[in-house]
Design a protein around this ligand. Structure first.
Ligand code: UDP
Ligand code: MG
Length: 322
């Protein structure tokens, strides 16, 4: 296989036929051996049925795998990359917000110019709420400061050479952050700009809580700076302590030591808050370490429509049609 286009889907039953009908003619025109790999991320609607239908209709061109529950987009990506056996894998959103028209150019950059990672950068984030724009901005600036990787306007729309996919599979962590890890992997890379398209059916499948969790995981797994920040806050408190110590002693020896109750309350509350926040921070790291130590699989595949094997395409198609 030359190319596999990998797409995760969560509750997108209406979107599947739209996506497949748009992708197949586009990929047919490219004159290479390809297949679509559609990952059902434990949808609760008819997404898996729609994927099975698509794989029956386009036997050999569409393969579906289904996860046993909703593991999240990151895990769905991992599942796809683990089963994808091709010279290149293109990862894109199943809702076609990553315009498929960019694929020929991605292939050209990979084939003719020898790039091993071709990544899409959002030149325009499309129609997006103020809150999610702000959240993205805040997250990326924090991530850049703490990890040193500038991912602003990065996306999951990427082409990965087989070499990169094989290296990706050796990464051992269970809580993955695809964008960050693909930057970490290195390789010869090039980026191209694209405009985020409108969603044709449904709405964004991300809940604010899952986005927040992914942001925390991403920062915690790429940086220990938050932990060092605790020492920094401690140092600031130490300086404050020294100043107050001198003032308290001066007051004591000059006979006016009874005052200062307000200061005591404020200092106690401030220290309490800092200690709690620091514990929470450490707890976040411990929880993530615990998650990794348990060593559970990243996802569980419960169903697979299978790959077409050489020679059985015609007969299988005939069987499916009858
Ligand atoms: N998705 C997924 N699992 C999830 C959430 C989303 O596989 O738990 C898929 C979703 O079906 C879509 C892609 O990831 O194909 C991008 O999701 P979405 O469009 O909701 O995100 P946004 O475009 O708002 O970033
Ligand atoms: Mg989308």
């Amino acid at each position: 296989m030359d190319l596999i286009v990998l797409m995760p889907f969560y509750n997108e039953e209406k979107q599947i036929p739209v996506t497949v009908n748009r992708m197949i003619p586009l990929l047919d025109a490219l004159d290479l051996r390809y297949s679509l790999l559609l990952v059902n991320d434990g949808s609760s609607d008819g997404t898996w049925k729609a994927i099975e239908d698509a794989s029956d209709r386009h036997y050999g061109k569409v393969r579906g795998i289904s996860l046993s529950r909703n593991f999240g987009k990151e895990a769905a990506i991992c599942a796809g990359l683990d089963v994808a056996d091709a010279d290149a894998v293109i990862l894109m959103d199943g809702d076609l917000q990553h315009p498929p028209e960019c694929i020929p150019e991605m292939i050209r950059l990979w084939r003719e110019e020898g790039y091993e990672i071709v990544e899409g950068v959002k030149s325009d984030r499309g129609r997006e709420g103020v809150f999610s724009r702000l959240q993205a901005k805040l997250f990326y600036s924090m991530f850049r400061r703490m990890s040193g990787y500038d991912l602003s306007n990065a996306s999951d729309y990427k082409l990965l050479d087989r070499k990169v996919v094989l290296k990706w599979r050796t990464l051992g962590e269970h809580n993955t952050f695809f964008r960050g890890l693909s930057a970490w992997l290195g390789f010869r890379r090039v980026s191209f700009p694209f405009e985020v398209a409108e969603r044709q059916t449904g709405r964004s499948r991300w809940k604010i809580s899952s986005l927040l969790r992914l942001s925390v995981h991403a920062i915690v797994s790429f940086s220990a700076i938050p932990l060092h920040l605790i020492s920094f806050i401690g140092a600031i408190f130490l300086i404050g302590t020294l100043i107050l110590l001198i003032q308290t002693l001066v007051n004591y020896f000059s006979g006016g030591a009874a005052d200062g109750f307000t200061t005591v309350i404020i200092v106690t509350l401030a220290i309490g808050a800092c200690v709690m926040i620091s514990l929470g921070l450490i707890g976040t790291y411990v929880a993530l370490i615990f998650d990794e130590v348990k060593n559970r699989p990243r996802y569980i595949i419960s169903e697979d429509t299978g790959v077409a094997r050489d020679g059985d395409t015609e007969s299988q198609t005939a069987k499916k049609e009858s």
